[in-house]
Design a protein around this ligand. Structure first.
Ligand code: SAJ
Length: 413
């Protein structure tokens, strides 16, 4: 049967998913509150940077299989891909999910499938089910479907920004249904474009699986970050230490850095912590260790600048990871701003090859300027490498001679 799919939220996850479904012949309507996203998609364009996404969007729009609008239409399948930030106290903010659900509710007739893709705290999928029934008591979520049944499932996204179009097809998927029937139906939808295994479970396990993946990384990076601080105290090179320890067949430590950024790994573990406050001790501590790293890097910079009257500090990289312009939750950005605040008489030269102007957080500091790499390094007393962008990896390190260098990523060793 030909299905019509409505994808709510045309961001980093929703738009690629809408485009890949449409590229596979499914009729897809994208829904977004943002005019800029709606207009861009209807012109066949992508409002952000993601390799190969443009070709898929342009192709699907020109074939009439993908369009975008602000109102939620009637559809057979609704796929929710909206943000889940956290509120004060690290509790998940479900208001975008609620707004998306409220847009879907009036369109339901019975027989539809609603899938939540957004990374969510345990219980969010059940919450959607309850919200639907509260507004429409004539519908049901029965495991033995009838004409008035709504199937609800969670299928968390797990794609790495920069590799989304590849990983959407090649990564295994986890589908958790409120009922086995809902999970089976969601699996059929993902099987249209996903060539890897699609594993079925219940909704809460699927929610936790996603949070667990990102927490695993966070805990492992926290271990590496703690080792980096211990190593400095012991006067040894943490990167050599990890390289050597990783030669053990069952050891695989990740890399230390200036902290953990992005909208996923730095956020998702808090959803586990806030749903099991007393039990999630290691996960909470890992978050705290990683969140404390920017302050530690600031203290390294201040120590290196000690004794210089108006120190010039080159800060290399502002993004949250290499070769992108994304500064969400970026520790590098925090560090640059901490240094700017701590050295009012200093001259902070921020180098970020992926942007044309400083973000507001730094633009408001009079002593911080966006500076080309060579210029910044040659003028600096202290050079702090915060992101391993390709430009920094290939630069001539002879330019660093005589300067105090803080290489948080081990790029120049
Ligand atoms: N980082 C380190 N050391 C490392 C690895 C990463 O300090 O050894 C830092 C990075 O510098 C960055 C942060 O961690 O600041 C996160 O970067 P990342 O590249 O590891 O991950 P994200 O946030 O871009 O994407 C993650 C992915 N999750 C996992 O690898 C388990 C991706 O698959 C998820 O889909 C995504 O989160 C998400 O949307 O949840």
């Amino acid at each position: 049967m030909q299905q019509k799919v409505a994808v709510i939220g045309l961001g980093y996850i929703g738009l690629p998913t809408a485009a890949i479904l449409a590229s596979n012949g499914v009729e897809v309507v994208g829904v977004d509150v943002n005019d800029r996203h709606v207009d861009a998609v209807n012109r066949g364009e992508v409002p952000f940077v993601e390799p190969d996404l443009g070709i898929h969007v342009a192709g699907a729009v020109s074939k009439g299989l993908l369009s975008a609008q602000k109102e939620t239409p009637k559809a057979d399948v609704y796929l929710i891909a909206v943000p889940t930030p956290f509120k004060e106290g690290y509790e998940a903010d479900l208001s975008y999910i609620d707004a998306a659900t409220d847009g879907i509710i009036p369109q339901l007739e019975g027989g539809e499938l609603v899938i939540l893709e957004s990374t969510s705290p345990p219980g969010a999928t059940e919450h959607i089910g309850r919200r639907i029934l509260e507004a429409r008591p004539e519908l049901n979520l029965s495991a033995e479907p009838d004409a008035k049944t709504i199937d609800v499932a969670h299928c968390p996204e797990r794609v790495l920004p920069g590799r989304v179009m590849i990983e959407l097809v090649e990564n295994d998927r986890i589908v958790g249904g409120l009922t086995a029937h809902a999970a089976e139906r969601a699996k059929e939808l993902y099987a249209i474009f996903c060539t890897a295994d699609i594993l079925l479970t219940d909704a809460t396990t699927a929610e936790m699986a996603k949070l667990t993946e990102n927490s695993f990384r966070d805990v492992n990076i926290a271990f590496a970050n703690e080792l980096s601080i211990i190593s400095e105290r012991l006067g040894i090179d943490v990167f050599e230490l990890i390289e050597l320890a990783n030669r053990h067949p069952r050891v695989n430590i990740l890399q230390p850095g200036p902290g953990v950024g992005g909208h996923c790994i730095a956020v998702d573990p808090w959803f586990i912590v806030s749903s099991a406050q007393d039990q999630a001790r290691l996960i909470r501590t890992a978050r705290e260790v990683n969140d404390a790293k920017p302050q530690y890097v600031l203290s390294q910079v201040l120590r290196a600048a000690e004794g210089v009257e108006s120190p010039t500090v080159a800060v290399l990289g502002l993004a949250f990871k290499p070769d992108i312009d994304d500064m969400r939750e970026s520790p590098a950005l925090d560090i640059a701003s901490l240094i700017g605040g701590a050295l009012p008489a200093g001259n902070i030269l921020a180098v970020e090859p992926n942007v044309a102007e400083l973000p507001p957080k730094l633009a408001e500091l009079a002593n911080v300027t966006l500076t080309p790499l060579e210029d910044a390094v040659s003028k600096a007393d202290v050079v702090a490498l915060l992101v391993d962008h390709r430009e920094f990896k290939v630069m001539d390190t002879a330019a660093l001679d005589g300067k105090a260098v803080i290489d948080t990523r081990g790029t120049w060793r």
